[in-house]
Design a protein around this ligand. Structure first.
Ligand SMILES: *Cc1c(COP(=O)(O)O)cnc(C)c1O
Length: 224
């Protein structure tokens, strides 16, 4: 695709997001974070040139490599992966706009120590394993509110902004919808939360219809 074709293609993705958000609420606003984990710095630049600003990676080393390669561009970087404790310092060196994969109280406490030592804060989302899948990270839905409030109370350098979840891994739309509704219900009960991040290339319209206001789109944004 040349630049003009790519722009038309992305316009169509944006239109789909628009129609989905209108079905939820006319005043609902949805942010697209382009997940670039399967894409090169040149491909990120091409998407930037047609207007995309927020990008995300799921590996700390890839986030570091791509954000430094593209540091001339005014991009907003998100980390959407699982963070191992021995990579916390590497992530903090990059200073991402939002850490979307905070998945346990234990990690939060560890993160808090490092943030405190550096005298900095980090915006983060609590990851919820809404479909209770073995293969996924995140807190159990029934524990989410208590853990969220505990992190808020005990980790002043972590600025919790809301929740993140990955839709149930199945072709059954009702089950996927149920997992999004579970996350949205928790989100609504969190005081001061403003971000409900759910929806990927294969299920973003459904996620938005369930109340998501941040979608993480990888393959569809890069036409893969
Ligand atoms: C890869 C990834 C995405 C994007 O996946 P696509 O299906 O390519 O849109 C979203 N969120 C997380 C956490 C990911 O790892």
């Amino acid at each position: 695709m040349n630049k003009e074709e790519y722009k038309l293609y992305i316009d169509d993705v944006i239109r789909r997001v628009e129609f989905a958000r209108m079905r939820f609420d006319e005043k609902h606003i949805v942010k697209i974070v382009a997940i670039s984990k399967y894409s090169t710095a040149d491909e990120i630049k091409a998407l930037y040139e047609i207007g995309q600003r927020a990008f995300g990676e799921n590996k700390v080393q890839d986030l570091r490599a791509k954000s430094s390669e593209l540091e001339e561009l005014p991009l907003e970087w998100h980390f959407v992966g699982n963070l191992q404790k021995n990579k916390i310092n590497n992530l903090l060196d990059i200073n991402p706009a939002l850490f979307q994969g905070l998945d346990s109280l234990e990690l939060a406490l560890e993160l808090q120590k490092k943030l405190e030592a550096r005298e900095i804060t980090l915006d983060a989302l609590l990851q919820i394993n809404s479909a209770k899948e073995e293969s996924k990270h995140g807190v159990m839905p029934e524990d989410a509110i208590a853990i969220y409030n505990q992190i808020k109370a005990e980790c002043p350098n972590i600025r919790l902004k809301g929740v993140m979840s990955i839709g149930a891994h199945t072709d059954d739309k009702a089950v996927i919808k149920n997992s999004f509704e579970t996350t949205y219900n928790i989100y609504k009960q969190l005081e001061g939360a403003t971000i409900c991040s759910m929806g990927m290339s294969g299920d973003f319209e459904l996620a938005i219809e369930c109340g998501s206001n941040m979608v993480r789109l990888g393959s569809i944004m890069f036409n893969k």
